[in-house]
Design a protein around this ligand. Structure first.
Ligand code: 13P
Length: 253
């Protein structure tokens, strides 16, 4: 049984005071002993102060990106060892906004995933098609390409969560229907079985991302291959994020 995993991707939002209040709110509202994994992924400069607040809590801290080199003359970048040093447990790699606005793809993403894993971080690896690709019937080929960019015999998926985020559902209020999400998640798992083996495929967690809200969370996460959510907008308010966590717990019950 795969434990549900709800992660908040705050993107470039909130200031430090708002961020502190948000994690305090999530900490307070998280049901004690809940059988669920929860992470928050704030902007870089908030990691250290938030790590202090989260110390001893079951809520994991994550970053939204990292560079693959450990250190050196790479102005503006933050490395995997630095994230570890800041108190991160995980890092999001390959988000569609990194692919779209910063040209990240293929080999670069693989290097980032490998650097994160080599430095003891977990990874949330994002994949997903644009509206144009979906309408052209290319969803499966895009998913397959995104998986192959990173997956292979040199990358263990033990510490990797896949996040399926259809680009057309991100920040648009247009959620994939539970059936649409399930279809792609099942395809994704079948591809992982081909790339690794059925056991790896059965164990890997696949989150859904794209306009997840408290009122659609339970239904999405009740699908057999939807193991959690990567939440953008609704992760910025404690009540909404906690509502999604409640949805995940209800889906798992
Ligand atoms: P929204 O939940 O705002 O649609 O964002 C999804 C996302 O991109 C999470 O990484």
């Amino acid at each position: 049984m795969r434990k549900k995993y709800v992660a908040g991707n705050w993107k470039m939002n909130l200031n430090l005071a708002e961020a502190k209040a948000l994690v305090e709110g999530i900490k307070k509202g998280l049901p004690a002993g809940a059988n669920i994994d929860v992470a928050v992924c704030p902007p870089f400069y908030m990691l250290v102060p938030l790590a202090e607040i989260l110390s001893g809590s079951p809520i994991a801290l994550g970053a939204q990106n990292c560079y693959f080199e450990p250190k050196g003359a790479f102005t503006g970048e933050v490395s995997a060892p630095m994230l570890k040093d800041a108190g991160c447990r995980t890092v999001i790699i390959g988000h569609s906004e990194r692919r779209q606005y910063f040209g990240e793809a293929g080999d670069l993403l693989k290097k980032k995933v490998m650097a994160a894993l080599a430095n003891g971080l977990e990874v949330i690896y994002c994949i997903g098609e644009t509206l144009e690709e979906r309408e052209a019937g290319k969803t499966e080929s895009v998913i397959s390409r995104h998986l192959r960019e990173v997956c292979g015999p040199d990358v263990s998926l033990d510490k990797v969560t896949i996040a399926y985020e259809p680009v057309w559902a991100i920040g648009t209020g247009k959620t994939a229907t539970p059936a649409q999400a399930q279809e792609v998640h099942a395809y994704c798992r079948a591809e992982i079985a081909k790339l690794y083996n059925p056991t790896v495929a059965a164990n890997v967690r696949i989150q859904y991302g794209g306009s997840v809200k408290p009122d659609n969370a339970k239904e999405l996460m009740s699908q057999p291959d939807v193991d959690g959510a990567l939440v953008g907008g609704a992760s910025l308010k404690a009540a909404d994020f906690l509502g999604i966590i409640q949805g995940a717990l209800a889906a798992q019950a």
